[in-house]
Design a protein around this ligand. Sequence first.
Ligand code: THU
Length: 132
Amino acid sequence: MTQTENEWIEIAIQALEKAYVPYSHFPVGACLVTKEGKLYQGINIENASYGLTNCAERTAIFKAVSEGEREFKHLVIAGHTPEPISPCGACRQVMVEFFEPDMPVTLIGDHGVLKETTVEELLPYSFTKKDL
Ligand code: THU
């Protein structure tokens, strides 16, 4: 792992403290890296209506895309989980919309547990704009 990747991991872990999780008390943090090296932090943002909750990785993606970013090279997601956190299905579908299939995704849990995966590994045989 490169020093840079360590920094991205640190930024995803720091985001955990900002998560808005009054209902689940399950904070998640994310750090999305553009091809130019710009970083977008994301947190999960819950809602009293529960279903409107936005996951940390989608927050990071939507922040970046709404700033005009379209080219990404890495995503880190961190949770206080015994195993590396597993992104939900909705987030995996949003990932395939904006990321190349071979883009690396780093999943972090407590005590430094870590899994390096890719967008395609997380959502194989996905439905994308190529299918339209
Ligand atoms: N959550 C995320 O933010 N990202 C994930 O990948 C998994 C789930 C959030 C949604 C909700 O606020 C809390 O975790 C519990 O489901």
